[in-house]
Write a protein that binds this ligand. Structure first.
Ligand SMILES: *[C@@H]1O[C@H](CO)[C@@H](O)[C@H](O)[C@H]1NC(C)=O
Ligand SMILES: *[C@@H]1O[C@H](CO)[C@@H](O)[C@H](O)[C@H]1NC(C)=O
Ligand SMILES: *[C@@H]1O[C@H](CO)[C@@H](O)[C@H](O)[C@H]1NC(C)=O
Length: 435
């Protein structure tokens, strides 16, 4: 713990409480603060979160054991192409072609990810291509993608990275065909649906950051999440009959204080000491939530003789590399080289759990026809892109009046266009080899 009191008198009791809670935390307190803001979709209150210091109690392990193979093994055959290429490992190489789309040609980008419109001056981050070690990743072809999903409904389910990825995909597809927004739940952007009349293809977005049933933390309500790890969230699961493919994204919300239930009993809690529950970390709850989700998909869809494809996107690391509320916390303008960063620590552990649960779901689903389930392993390629986040350009022209004392930074989500477009380039290759 630093020797200076990181809090001044302006601090609300809410945040004082947080200070004490984070003594137990796995996370640096600076990260916890930014997570509360970025993930909760609540307004930023800078005066309430001042003077956080980086109190890092999490120990990143230096060793990295290689995970189980992620290649998709069909019921009866192993695809050669698959054996020959692993898209998850590689390096970012310079590519002067740049993105397929720009902010002016795509209307579906959230304001805080419109980095160029918000005044980000350096554009070098747009000129890199992911080069898998053993093959080339083809450039995204919108028509190929749309032809593969003709008459299908693809649901993106999970946290704000699911939204970020779907917005990237819609921007790339919009370069050849225009989607119509056919559903929106009130003013929020949490539940939406688009239709491409040209291919009768539907995309939907379901906000469900734990995947399972629960109540998210909020400024108005509890400071902690409540999760029911054995109950799938019906908000998306009730529509499963209409879905042909589900893309799942989860992880970041599990880092916040939470109380976990299983079979109506408290399993434990993370950073909620006043309840006297057993303090547990979030790895077991994350694993249980994923297992419940994948089991529910199998039981409700596949066991009834219906087809479905499931893609679990692996954890996308954040890049806070300084005080979260200061200019420069994710100000790098170039990718890391592959040898500079290895996937490890918390990022590696979450990724490993996701891969293991997909493997175990494959085994369970093996006795049924009609399910394809695979990980979209983006952890390494995302880890190497500290330059791809909005940072201060999550807000318009943050330095218009000089560099302010406190700056809100987003080092979790990705600028559009940006490196997240690559996730969809891999996504389409996965679908191509399924055909
Ligand atoms: C965006 O794309 C349009 C159409 O291709 C082009 O006319 C325009 O110059 C581009 N804008 C930027 C900022 O690249
Ligand atoms: C359009 O796609 C939906 C699935 O999203 C499907 O149920 C429907 O039959 C399709 N319509 C036609 C005319 O093929
Ligand atoms: C937690 O334990 C302390 C000490 O035993 C006790 O004073 C307190 O009332 C307990 N809190 C709850 C919510 O049970």
């Amino acid at each position: 713990m630093g020797s200076t009191n990181p809090f001044n008198d302006n601090l609300s009791s809410f945040n004082k409480k947080f200070f004490h809670l984070t003594l137990y935390s796995l996370l640096p307190i600076s990260l916890l603060c930014i997570y509360l803001i970025l993930l909760s979709l609540t307004p930023f209150a800078p005066t309430k979160l001042l003077h956080s210091t980086t109190i890092s109690t999490y120990h990143y392990s230096s060793t990295y054991s290689s995970p189980p193979s992620t290649s998709f093994v069909g019921k009866n055959k192993v695809y050669d192409h698959e054996k020959s290429c692993d898209y998850s490992n590689g390096d970012w190489v310079s590519d002067m072609r740049g993105p397929l789309y720009n902010v002016t040609t795509c209307g579906t980008i959230k304001e805080s990810e419109r980095c160029i419109t918000n005044g980000r001056p350096d554009l070098g981050y747009l000129y890199w291509r992911w080069k898998p070690s053993e093959c080339n990743l083809p450039r995204f072809e919108p028509n190929t993608f749309l032809n593969l999903i003709k008459n299908k409904h693809i649901a993106f389910v999970g946290d704000s990275l699911a939204r970020n990825q779907l917005e990237s995909l819609l921007c790339m597809l919009s370069t050849t065909s225009t989607p119509n927004l056919v559903y929106q739940d009130g003013k929020s952007n949490k539940f939406r649906k688009w239709h491409f009349p040209s291919h009768n293809a539907t995309f939907s977005l379901y906000w469900s950051p734990f995947l399972v049933h629960g109540v998210e933390r909020s400024n108005e309500g509890n400071y902690y999440n409540t999760m029911f790890l054995d109950l799938v969230n019906e908000r998306w699961a009730k529509d499963i009959d209409q879905m042909d493919m589900i893309v799942v994204s989860t992880g970041h919300w599990f880092l916040l204080p939470s109380i976990y239930y299983e079979s109506d009993l408290v399993l434990g809690s993370l950073n909620c000491p006043e309840f006297n529950h057993t303090q547990i970390d979030f790895y077991v709850p994350l694993r249980k939530a994923l297992r419940t989700t994948l089991n529910s998909i199998i039981e409700r869809k596949v066991a009834k003789g219906n087809r479905i494809d499931v893609i679990v996107k692996t954890f996308s690391p954040a890049h806070f590399e300084g005080d979260w509320d200061k200019a420069g916390t994710c100000s790098k303008t170039k990718p890391y080289r592959k040898e500079e960063k290895i996937v490890g620590g918390m990022d590696g552990e979450i990724r490993r759990i996701e891969i293991e649960e997909v493997e175990s779901a494959k085994t369970k689903a093996n006795k049924f026809e009609g399910i394809r389930i695979e990980v979209l392993d983006v952890t390494k390629l995302a880890l190497l892109r500290p330059d791809g986040h909005p940072g201060p350009y999550m807000n318009p022209f943050p330095f218009a009046n000089g560099v302010p004392k406190y700056v809100q930074n987003d080092c979790v989500h990705w600028c559009l266009p940006g490196p997240i477009d690559t996730w969809n380039e891999i996504f389409v290759e996965m679908m191509k080899r399924w055909e």
